[in-house]
Ligand binder design. Structure first.
Ligand code: ADP
Length: 262
């Protein structure tokens, strides 16, 4: 009996170890797939503006172009826009680094939330207009002053607006609202774009998650924006939720406390 029992224990141990080893291999494979996807996406996002700037510079060095002010203006505009795009991509990678630094400290200041949102809208308005889209606002928060980290809150709003634009296949129509909630302000960003299923909506705040939409749209990204948004909203003592319906659109709703500024 003793030898049978010890054989059984040995067998169970072997099965357990084998199971553990298989699980570890699967996990590592997933991590390496995520890493590869991330590097592919990042390379694409950096390479495109870099090669566009190189092309525009080359064109500017052409003697025939150099004497025509309209061409000069056009190529300089391209360089400036692509440079901005590169800056935004770098900002995203920096945001990821902020996520990893668990000890990040918020620089809290008293900010008018309506003004901050209007400024964030100015930064994406051009891109939306280029796609025949509109951004409408209903800023009703009054009082509107809250204690926030201005840079992080601007990034939060920028990420939501950028997504609303990116995930609207055509003519993005975006509505941004602020109002007063129980102990603070509510901010909503609504679009009529791709929307998503309930299952996807539960995962979009996870790092690296991107909704698998097949050929429906080919928008590059890192799958990190919303993970950053949620971490930062919660660091401010706030909450974020999404309501979405496939092919109808999505509404992101943030609640932020006043801090001591009410
Ligand atoms: P990224 O846009 O870089 O992929 P995010 O973390 O910002 O990363 O978003 C994660 C995923 O959530 C996106 O890949 C997209 O599939 C989905 N998503 C985000 N915002 C929207 C939106 N407004 N409409 C539809 N899908 C969205």
């Amino acid at each position: 009996w003793t030898s049978m029992a010890s054989s059984a224990v040995l067998l169970v141990t072997i099965i357990f170890c084998f199971g553990y080893a298989v699980q570890t291999i699967i996990k590592q494979k997933k991590i390496s797939e995520i890493k590869n996807d991330f590097i592919n996406n990042m390379t694409h996002e950096f390479k495109t503006p870099i090669s566009t700037v190189a092309l525009a510079c080359e064109a500017l060095q052409d003697e025939q172009v150099a004497v025509q002010p309209t061409f000069q203006k056009r190529y300089l505009k391209i360089i400036s826009e692509e440079n901005k795009r590169l800056g935004l991509q770098v900002e995203k990678v920096l945001q990821m680094a902020a996520l990893d630094r668990k000890d990040f400290k918020l620089k809290l200041e008293s900010v008018d939330i309506n003004d901050l949102i209007e400024n964030a809208i100015d930064n994406v308005a051009l891109q939306v207009q280029k796609r025949n889209g509109t951004i409408t606002t209903e800023m009703k928060a009054n009082p509107a002053k809250i204690l926030v980290d201005q840079m992080h809150l601007t990034n939060i709003i920028h990420n939501l607006l950028d997504n609303a634009n990116k995930y609207s296949p055509e003519d993005p129509e975006i509505l941004v609202k602020t109002s007063n909630s129980k102990n603070g302000v509510a901010i909503t960003v609504e679009d009529h774009g791709l929307g998503m299923s309930k299952e996807s909506a539960q995962k979009i705040f996870d790092r690296f998650y991107r909704v698998p939409t097949g050929n429906l749209h080919d928008v590059k990204g890192f799958g990190l924006g919303l993970a950053y948004v949620k971490t930062m909203v919660e660091a401010h003592g706030g909450t974020i939720e999404v309501k979405s319906e496939l092919k109808k659109g999505s509404t992101f709703e943030i609640h932020l406390p006043y801090g001591s500024e009410a």
